[in-house]
Design a protein around this ligand. Structure first.
Ligand code: SF4
Length: 477
């Protein structure tokens, strides 16, 4: 057994090709005509960015995919990637009335992909920024979905947004962290080009705290949006965790995005620790790169796993195996210092519901690669080091107004995984847009109301009882 490359380039490309093919024009029109164009459509309410779904579907049905894409991208500038990575069956499609009537919802995600593919493949520009600029400059720390959503909205409101991204490429999870057969990173990169076309400046390879200080940002910019996402995977805290074949699952997924596909090394027998959607991506990716066996080790039961049901089914159809109610006690090395097995132990819920190992139930599990997918750490200390005046919640997230994303320091706003603890890409985009509108209100005194769902974006929709009292400070332009 050994970690190495397993497949020819042709086979690797084939295994990693998309599992949901795009619609042809005819297929899209037929699917669009299944929509009932509901009044008070529940699909809109289920979309965190509030896309007017019946409106964009109607434009596809009437043969106008460009106008359809404009409707999508105006509400969600990352509408192309969200079309492919959103868990649509628990969001818009899960709320579709056709699901209840026919048992099969309108395929909103695939229609959204059809419309956005249309404009990107033909290089049609559907968004624009105003000619008259405000003269205000906003620094955005982090070029992931939250930062990009914020920047695109700020540009359309006439402000200059500058993104500071520590990686070589912007896009965050969309560029580096989604299994490649679900979405190719080129989808993310073309969205970034579109956002740059709005006048957004993106400085890649620039790390705040190393290449530029947070103090400099405060001096040079009128407001700051923090969208730094989450950090590395949590530690397993078991012996053997520092062995070379023990890898963060997100790093493994990122490798497929940055390296030559068939040259990405994978084990023969891969153990994935954790059972969220990243764990499933790591498992399916290792199988598709040629692993003989890929097994999820999860300390709780099947009904408790954070992964979506459709992800679970996908993993099983790829040949993935699951050990539920099982904890890792030790990662064992062979004489050469390489991973050779795990010591596992059965677990059961303790008195407080937390899994507890069952004494005497240890057993050995042969494997040569371990992928850690037990959740990512919050970047609380890093953010605190940038901005010592910020206040934090007891769980380590930044204290803020959820409607405007304004923190307890008036000129600093925050959104995305670093603020919500880790949700979907579309939630991060929505929080970025809210942040941009909050910043606009802070800088100009003008409220931006969504024509569709003012309550989602309006700056006055702070939830009652939230206890948040920090008012938006309105400044003169
Ligand atoms: Fe169309 Fe379904 Fe939305 Fe109704 S709920 S507008 S049928 S997509």
């Amino acid at each position: 057994m050994a970690v190495g490359t397993k497949l020819s380039s042709t086979q690797a490309e084939k295994n990693m090709s998309g599992y949901k093919p795009p619609y042809s024009r005819q297929e899209a029109v037929i699917e669009a005509n299944r929509c009932l164009f509901c009044f008070d459509a529940p699909c809109i309410m289920a979309c965190p960015t509030g896309i007017d779904i019946p409106s964009f579907i109607k434009k596809i049905a009437s043969g106008n995919p460009t106008a359809s894409a404009r409707t999508i991208l105006r509400s969600n500038p990352l509408g192309a990637s969200c079309a492919q990575v959103c868990p649509t069956n628990v969001l818009c499609e899960g709320a579709c009335v056709v699901l209840a009537r026919e048992g099969d919802p309108v395929k909103i995600g695939r229609l959204q992909r059809y419309a956005t593919d249309h404009v990107y493949s033909k290089a049609i520009e559907v968004l624009s920024s105003p000619v008259k600029k405000s003269g205000r400059r906003i620094a955005i720390i982090g070029g992931g979905p939250a930062g990009l959503g914020c920047a695109a909205e700020l540009a359309q409101l006439g402000h200059q947004a500058v993104i500071f991204e520590k990686e070589e490429l912007a896009g965050g999870l969309n560029t580096y962290g989604i299994a490649i057969y679900k979405m190719h990173p080129s989808v993310s990169l073309r969205e970034i080009e579109m956002i740059k076309g709005l006048g957004v400046e993106i400085r890649c390879g620039v790390q705040v705290g190393r290449d530029i200080s947070a103090e400099q940002l405060k001096e040079e910019f009128d407001a700051i949006f923090i969208g730094v996402g989450l950090g590395k995977s949590h530690h397993l805290n078991v012996p053997g965790e520092d062995l070379p074949e023990v890898v963060d699952a997100l790093d493994f997924i990122a490798q497929v995005h940055s390296d030559v596909l068939h040259e990405v090394p994978v084990g023969d027998n891969v153990a994935v620790i954790g059972c969220g959607n990243t764990a499933i991506d790591a498992l399916t990716q290792s199988k598709r790169l040629g692993a003989n066996n890929a097994t999820i080790i999860y300390r709780r039961g099947e009904q408790d796993m954070p992964a979506y049901g459709f992800e679970y089914e996908l993993a099983k159809s790829d040949g993935g195996k699951f050990y539920f109610h099982t904890v890792v006690k030790e990662i064992v090395a062979d004489n050469g210092g390489h991973v050779s097995s795990l010591v596992l132990q059965k677990s059961q819920p303790g008195p407080n519901g937390r899994p507890e190992a069952i004494p005497g139930s240890e057993f050995s599990f042969a494997c040569d690669m371990v992928l850690k997918a037990v959740g990512s750490m919050k970047q609380t200390e890093m953010i605190r080091s940038f901005f010592p005046d910020l206040e934090f919640n007891p769980n380590g997230t930044v204290k803020l107004d959820i409607a405007t994303r304004q923190t307890t320091v008036p000129e600093i706003f925050c959104g995305g995984d670093c603020a919500n603890g880790g949700r979907e890409v579309v939630n991060a985009v929505a929080e970025g847009i809210k942040g941009a509108r909050g910043i606009h209100a802070y800088l100009s005194g003008e409220l931006v109301e969504s024509p569709l769902q003012p309550s989602r974006f309006g700056v006055n929709d702070r939830p009652s009882g939230s206890g948040f009292t920090n008012p938006i400070r309105v400044t003169e332009l």
